[in-house]
Design a binder for this molecule. Structure first.
Ligand code: FE
Length: 270
């Protein structure tokens, strides 16, 4: 099977969110508004506690799933449905907002570091109003495949017959790939799915640390390294091809549904 060509490199936009958390937005900003079914990708990473310690105090969501993957640091989550979780290095918090949750997210550093990603995955039209759900995925539950070229950690989806623990309503593949020096690897992805890869460490030759690549629609994803290793966060998903209307923390299909979300939130229905 052929290799997918890169069609865009995104450098990201530094911004703040929550109570003043400094982060870089790669999807959901002016460079790349969305990559169906992915609505947003933020990278937060700092050794300066002032950049994030204020966290994300209680705020609502409706209409999608949030997937938070911590490379370093802890992530404390509390929500209006009664779920509470404290995730450590290498773990994942998977929240299905569905018809609505109010939650708080507070990063806590380990070894002086907080580093991770938050990805927003859209819900199909008929599932936007499902009951909210929450999966706390601990690091030891996430399979890691050892290859000669490095390791592949499977957060969600199927990689060469091994399934990741994250359960999504829209079909996805989410991997953390660590590639050794002078190595290469091919990642099979279903034709027609959208894919991005973000290099969080080192250099993957086609793109390096801090860059996100978006690919064409067919073929495998191929990575290669030379003198330095690479750490790559990859996500692929089946596009929903449905209309999107955003209203802050809500993502629905029509403007009327966004107004309804604000009204329901004001009336304490979350
Ligand atoms: Fe949130």
């Amino acid at each position: 099977m052929g290799r997918r060509q890169i069609k865009q490199i995104v450098d990201g936009l530094k911004t703040t969110d929550g109570a003043g958390v400094n982060l870089t937005r790669f999807i959901g900003g002016p460079e790349l508004n969305m990559l169906d079914p992915f609505l947003l990708l933020d990278e937060f990473g700092s050794d300066n506690p002032d950049d994030y310690l204020a966290g994300f105090p209680p705020h609502p969501h409706r209409g999608f799933e949030t997937i938070t993957y911590m490379l370093n640091g802890k992530w404390q989550h509390k929500d209006s449905v009664g779920n509470e979780g404290l995730l450590g290095d290498g773990s994942v918090q998977w929240m299905t907002a569905g018809r609505g949750v109010v939650h708080s997210e507070m990063p806590i550093q380990t070894d002086g570091l907080v580093r991770g990603f938050q990805l927003w995955l859209n819900l199909p039209k008929e599932k936007k109003m499902i009951e909210p759900a929450y999966q706390d995925i601990h690091v030891e539950e996430i399979p890691i495949i050892e290859e000669q070229s490095g390791t592949v950690k499977i957060i969600s989806g199927n990689f060469r017959g091994t399934l990741g623990p994250g359960l999504s309503h829209t079909p996805v593949l989410i991997l953390d790939i660590r590639l050794n020096r002078e190595s290469e690897i091919s990642i099979p992805v279903t034709d027609g799915w959208n894919v991005f890869s973000f290099v969080y460490e080192g250099d993957a030759l086609t793109h390096s640390k801090g860059q996100l690549a978006v690919y064409e629609k067919t073929g495998d994803i191929h990575f290669k390294t030379n003198k330095s290793k690479a750490g790559i966060y990859l996500a692929a998903g089946e596009p929903l091809n449905e209309p999107i209307v955003r209203g802050g923390p809500f993502v629905m299909n029509t403007r009327g549904e966004i107004l309804q979300a604000f009204e329901d939130y004001q009336n304490g229905k979350f």
